[in-house]
Design a protein around this ligand. Structure first.
Ligand code: NAD
Ligand code: IPM
Ligand code: MN
Length: 350
């Protein structure tokens, strides 16, 4: 019985996860998946009422599940964002979820902001390094709140960390018959860390002679994602660049409400699935949030749990909903969050 930890989190995280769970339960009823869900209350409400973000025992407890399904973390009442750092970045770091897999797939050309681009033009996957880079908090402040203040944020790049994410990108390409892997860094300016990326990329690429390995500086990458997204199959990059380029990727695939992701450590068998978007406090609680990113993330989770075919069914159902205009307001539709969830369930049961 696959056991899924459900962490709705904050803001629209809770609203969109309700719809993802609706879809999962419908598929479960139909296919006898025997899914078991345990809701965990980690988020701003609990932090504000108890002072707890996530305890070390709770973090360790997450290893017992077959997957974690997360909404979003971030709340204006917690300006320090400490709970999101402890819970979200905590999971990525402490559970060593080194792959942040972010597919950028255009399901319906009408939602693409790029002129004359069709689904076959926007179909790549970003491998975002997820456990180091500029996200570790290494650094410090000196002479805080004085005119002489200094703030240092160090970028951590380890040989092991860089190698495993690059290898994962090539393995993904190899196993799916994809021909191109592009690594993106800023080695023209960042001479130590990103030189390591350059050297490791060349070494790993040499092991995959049938895959075309290329490189773009990240400023050129974002330009090319807009100008010629069809030149990419797999993009591999560091933690911060991966964060930024996947919000751009979300737009070219039809909007932030459609971008799904998985945070994975295949060797340890731990996977956490979440929409790329945040808690959107500006629209929270109004039934306006697009749940499709959460629904597609649930599809990625089912695939991780062994039901590859069901991920395809979910993607097909989302394609139908998009085609029929069964979408929320930001995509030009008039459906509420829960009506979109209902529509997906109805399409799946046809
Ligand atoms: P955001 O993704 O929450 O929102 C950006 C914009 O996109 C907003 O206008 C929002 O209304 C819109 N949007 C986002 N998701 C949408 C959806 N499903 N449907 C329709 N519109 C949607 O990013 P932000 O405003 O920069 O961040 C808000 C909070 O979320 C912050 O606290 C941030 O740190 C946090 N955050 C968390 C995660 C995560 O938990 N993985 C990811 C990103 C941001
Ligand atoms: C994301 C988010 C997070 C990140 C924030 C909330 C720390 O933007 O998952 O894309 O930067 O990784
Ligand atoms: Mn982000």
């Amino acid at each position: 019985m696959p056991h899924v930890a459900v962490i709705p989190g904050d803001g629209i995280g809770r609203e969109v996860l309700d719809e993802g769970l609706k879809v999962l339960r419908a598929l479960d009823a139909r296919h006898g998946l025997d899914l078991r869900f345990t809701h965990l209350p980690y988020g701003a409400d609990r932090y504000l009422s108890t002072g707890l973000t996530i305890t070390p025992e709770e973090m360790a407890g997450l290893r017992e599940y077959d997957a974690v399904y997360l909404g979003a973390l971030g709340d204006p009442r917690v300006p320090s964002n400490v709970h999101a750092k402890d819970i979200l970045l905590g999971m990525r770091f402490q559970l060593d979820l080194y792959i942040n897999l972010r597919p950028c797939v255009l399901l319906d050309e009408r939602y693409c902001p790029l002129k004359d681009r069709r689904p076959e033009d926007v179909r790549f996957t970003v491998f975002r390094e997820n456990t180091e880079g500029l996200y570790t908090g290494i650094g410090g402040q000196f002479k805080r709140d004085t005119a002489d203040e200094v703030a240092i944020e160090a970028e951590l790049n380890t040989r092991k960390g860089v190698e495993r994410i690059i290898r994962a990108a090539f393995e993904h390409a190899r196993s799916r018959g994809l021909k191109r892997v592009c690594m993106s860094d800023k080695s023209n300016a960042m001479r130590h860390g990103h030189d390591l990326w350059q050297r490791v990329f060349k070494l790993v690429a040499a092991e995959y002679p049938t895959i075309k390995a290329s490189h773009l500086y990240v400023d050129a990458l974002v330009m090319e994602m807009v100008r010629a997204p069809d030149r990419f199959d797999v993009i591999v990059t560091n933690n911060l660049f991966g964060d930024i380029v996947t919000d751009l990727g979300a737009q070219i695939q039809g909007g932030i409400g459609l971008a799904a992701s998985g945070n994975l450590n295949p060797e340890a068998g731990i996977g956490m699935f979440e929409p790329v978007h945040g808690s959107a406090p500006d629209i929270a609680g109004q039934g306006l949030a697009n749940p499709l990113a959460a629904v597609l993330s649930a599809g990625m989770m089912l695939s991780w749990l062994g039901h590859v075919e069901l991920e395809r069914q979910i993607e097909d159902a989302v394609r139908v909903a998009l085609n029929d205009g069964l979408v929320t307001r930001e995509l030009g539709g008039s459906l509420s969050t829960s009506q979109v969830g209902d529509a997906i369930v109805a399409i799946l049961s046809r």
